[in-house]
Design a protein around this ligand. Structure first.
Ligand SMILES: *Cc1c(COP(=O)(O)O)cnc(C)c1O
Length: 393
């Protein structure tokens, strides 16, 4: 009998040859500061649970209450009977939090990008996208029927070059950027992007997945950080990172929300968020609005950790956020570094080509408000030991 799936085996063999074949680590519990990963207790320096809300008692309690009243599933897409009142409440709350007119929620940040981008442009329009934008933006852009162009990362001269060359050939031009770039932790120059968008009459789209809950007043995001309320047409956020649950949203104008309800395919063809998740999210957002204590702790932890690594002589890149890429270099050395840290009881995923350029391998540390000083000190000691062992410092 011929093996019709042999071509998949061949592809997997190639992954192994290239040294990029992966297996999944298993976390035997909640996403917290210290986790049981593959049966070993480790300090968790790799989650996006920036504020420690994923396992917060208040958030869990809100979720449990909703579970009793609403059950486990929404039962349908939103346009049929999946639009539970909780989801309406969440959107009202998020619009208030973000200081925007309206919010539309999706099942994830990825769904939000692939649903929104293709709905707001059409043939005769142009999307101009930063070369380092997140994969879900790239996929969203691929699905759009407009033309596409890419500018060099955060390079405003390159963006303007494209605008000069092409603006007049199109009806709408949409500039898309991440607010915070997830691999380096640097910010998009939003004030300059807004200036160019006004000068060339463009629409602006900022995916703030790593900025929400982290930057701005009480974690209102990158747009708030730069004082640009009202200047960005589409602000994307995720409910899966700092907010600690799952889901994504676009904060925008009311008419855009109405239009998305008719054209954004994840809203039309995929079941709505589970109610217990929605209730948990409402509680998380309320906690952010009540106090900036969680955001403050996150930044205190980030400053403490970054200073220690810098003092040890590590290259921690150009990050302006709690994302801390510890630059190692070659792919093999990066993976060896990550493995040696694990032996010391510290989990930091190694990030290598093709996620980042060849030779720019790094151990990307994600600091959280849930880390104690003892967790951070243990991690710093492990970095020092392994850094000396592998001659990185
Ligand atoms: C993580 C991330 C997403 C995806 O969000 P999910 O809610 O996990 O689907 C989208 N955009 C950016 C920039 C991200 O960093």
């Amino acid at each position: 009998m011929s093996n019709k799936l042999k071509y998949i085996d061949e592809k997997i063999e190639q992954l192994k040859k290239d040294g990029v074949y992966r297996t999944l680590p298993v976390n035997y519990g909640a996403c917290t500061n210290v986790i049981n990963l593959n049966g070993k207790e480790v300090v968790n320096l790799s989650s996006n649970n920036y504020l420690g809300l994923a396992n917060h008692p208040r958030v869990k309690e809100a979720s449990q209450k909703a579970l009793e009243k609403y059950g486990v599933g929404a039962g349908s897409v939103r346009t049929i009977v999946g639009n539970q009142d909780l989801l309406e409440d969440l959107e009202t709350l998020l619009a208030e939090f973000k200081h925007e007119e309206a919010v539309m929620c999706f099942q994830s940040g990825l769904n939000c990008n692939i649903g929104t981008i293709q709905a707001i442009v059409e043939k005769g329009d142009l999307i101009i996208s930063d070369e380092l934008n997140h994969a879900s933006i790239i996929d969203g852009v691929r699905l759009a029927r407009s033309d596409k162009a890419v500018y060099k990362h955060n390079d405003m001269h390159d963006l303007e070059r494209i605008l000069k060359e092409k603006r007049d050939d199109y009806r709408n031009v949409l500039i898309i950027t991440d607010g915070v770039f997830s691999m380096d932790g640097d910010l998009a120059p939003l004030p300059e992007i807004v200036k160019l968008s006004k000068q060339y009459n463009c629409l602006t789209y900022v995916d703030d997945a790593h900025g929400s809950g982290v930057l701005g007043e009480s974690g209102r995001g990158t747009v708030d950080h730069f004082g640009l309320h009202g200047e960005i047409d589409f602000i994307i956020g995720t409910l899966s990172k700092a907010i600690g649950v799952v889901g994504g949203y676009v904060a925008t104008k009311q008419n855009v929300k109405e239009w998305l309800l008719h054209r954004a395919r994840p809203l039309l063809f995929s079941t709505a968020l589970p109610p217990a998740a929605t209730a948990a999210t409402i509680e998380s957002v309320k906690m952010l609005m009540e106090s900036d204590e969680h955001t403050k702790t996150l930044w205190d932890n980030a400053h403490y950790f970054k200073k220690a690594l810098k003092d040890l002589g590590f290259n921690i890149g150009i990050s302006e956020t709690p994302i801390t890429p510890v630059m190692i270099g070659s792919e093999a050395k990066t993976m060896a570094f990550s493995k040696a840290l694990l032996d010391e009881g510290v989990f930091v995923s190694g990030i290598v080509f093709p996620t980042v350029p060849l030779g720019k391998g790094r151990c990307r540390v994600m600091i959280s408000a849930s880390h104690t000083k003892a967790d951070l000190d243990k991690a710093i000691q492990a970095f020092e030991k392994v850094g000396k062992q592998l001659s990185v410092i």
